[in-house]
Design a protein around this ligand. Structure first.
Ligand SMILES: C=C(O[C@H]1C=CC=C(C(=O)O)[C@@H]1O)C(=O)O
Length: 466
């Protein structure tokens, strides 16, 4: 490998080389924690391991904290990226609101945390790329290039013969919110909406599942990728967590992607199930498109996203409202694009857009107060922005729904619904159970027939908090 010697003394050194590597799961299993994966539709799959730098933030300033730290980090970089997909990026996420990481299972997760991986493997259309990053006074080009060679050799020698593990199975589960408590909470929220105090609020639930076998991380991520190729899949392990926690999911909701001055975002709200047949699917999507309650719930999101972008935009354009069909649900979806009036950092847009009324509500402050009062658990990173930032201040962020925190033998799943004036508590309950499905399907051991209906019915092993 040819050595590129640097005369300056940068604090960030990043080198990339194309490598031979086995498939994702084998590499994932062989790399040390903390690991990160990011996989957006039609984009490279990025697997990060270790932390060359960790950027954290707290409180209401968490977005600004990370932005400043990322700008400092990238300011004096010596980067030979090889291919765009493998350029150095920091990956991470934010807490939904201030104080929401205080309780279980969120304690290992700061209110904002982004990692520049020490080792990054990028599975792109144009090959598999290994990036080694180092930071600080002792980061030398020679050391990084030596490590690049050593890691390339190690990764190409990883044994990839292990079979994909089965889904772990669920022994028991426990809802944080009983059906009765849900009804009361939804009715109270709907009363506030009808009284004019609120326009919309999104209330969520959590489900604790005890697993019968260790959580198979790489296999779960692979299965989610196969079933939800159009969704953003993400996985984050916090540093120094001896409980082996990870936050992961497969979300259909993009918060924002910024490249240069071009912004892409989505309004996604309003939900129905999938049919048993193509005809039933079609019927359900037509019904969703014509349903006044769902259209109103959706329009509030689309209009608010456009309003929130206005201060930054030279032009905004919203596409036609359509139905987005996923493996387990169908949603109303409006694609939105904008051209910015100036150069911006992606975190300026993330801060302006979060939380959209698809996960918070309107007006935002009253909706957040309602969420804090009504939900008996901490949201942590659920429904919050997760994504990446590069040296140019570009980035892509998704809304971390259809998600869970997993530890080796347990998982906490999260799902919520938008409430408007004519929401019905029982229908909304059923919708929450549908939204657990993407993750629950990967935890249940369907081969023995147990728990197949855990998400939709009151299966025997599920307990409430009552
Ligand atoms: C809050 C969630 O979904 C949001 C995104 C799409 C549709 C939604 C709905 O129809 O209620 C929610 O606003 C969740 O999945 O936890």
């Amino acid at each position: 490998m040819e050595r590129a010697r640097s005369t300056s003394s940068p604090s960030l050194v990043s080198r990339t080389v194309e490598i031979d590597a086995p498939a994702f799961a084998a590499v994932f299993d062989a790399l040390p924690a903390p690991r990160t994966t990011w996989n957006a539709p039609d984009d490279a799959l990025v697997l990060g391991s270790g932390a060359a730098a960790t950027l954290t933030g707290r409180g209401a300033d968490r977005f600004a904290d990370v932005r400043t730290a990322a700008t400092d980090l990238f300011d004096s970089g010596d980067v030979h990226a090889g291919t765009e997909a493998a350029r150095p990026r920091v990956f991470g996420g934010f807490a939904f609101h201030v104080g929401s990481c205080d309780g279980d299972p969120w304690k290992p997760f700061p209110e904002a945390r982004f990692v520049l991986p020490r080792v990054q493997v990028t599975f792109a259309d144009n090959g598999i790329w290994l990036t080694v990053n180092a930071i600080g006074a002792n980061a030398s080009v020679d050391d990084v290039e030596d490590r690049l060679e050593a890691e390339a050799e190690r990764i190409s020698g990883i044994d990839a013969t292990a079979e994909r593990p089965a889904r772990p199975g669920i022994i028991a589960s426990h809802r944080t919110t009983s059906r009765e408590a849900w009804r009361t909470g939804v009715e109270a929220a709907v009363d506030r909406i009808r009284g004019g105090d609120l326009q919309k609020v999104v209330l969520a639930q959590a489900l604790e599942a005890e697993l019968s076998a260790p959580f198979p991380r790489a296999a779960t991520l692979e299965r989610l990728a196969e079933k939800y190729p159009d969704c953003h899949r993400y996985y984050f392990e916090p540093d120094g967590d001896d409980r082996g926690s990870a936050f992961f999911g497969a979300t259909p909701e993009r918060l924002v992607a910024l490249r240069g001055r071009t912004v892409e975002t989505d309004a996604l709200a309003g939900t129905t199930g999938r049919g048993e047949t193509p005809e039933e699917d079609e019927w359900l999507s037509r019904e969703l498109l014509d349903d006044a309650k769902n259209v109103h719930e959706h329009q509030l999101v689309a209009e608010t996203v456009c309003d929130q972008l206005k201060p930054f935009a030279a032009s905004i354009s919203a596409g036609d409202r359509r139905v987005r069909r996923l493996a387990t649900v169908q949603h109303l979806h409006t694609p939105i694009t904008a051209e910015l009036d100036d150069d911006r950092h992606v975190l300026e847009l993330v801060e302006a857009l979060h939380p959209t009324p698809a996960v918070g509500g309107l007006p935002p402050d009253r909706a957040l107060d309602t969420i804090r009062e009504a939900e008996p658990f901490d949201r942590g990173w659920y429904a919050a922005p997760v994504g990446w930032i590069d040296a140019a201040g570009n980035g892509a962020f998704a809304v971390a729904i259809r998600s869970a925190v997993a530890r080796p033998r347990r998982a906490t799943l999260f799902a919520g619904v938008g409430l408007v004036a004519d929401s019905d508590p029982d229908r909304e309950w059923d919708e929450v159970q549908l939204k657990y499905r993407p993750i629950l399907d990967e935890l249940e051991d369907v081969s023995d027939g147990r728990g197949e209906n855990l998400g939709t019915a009151e299966a025997a092993e599920v307990t409430d908090d009552t």
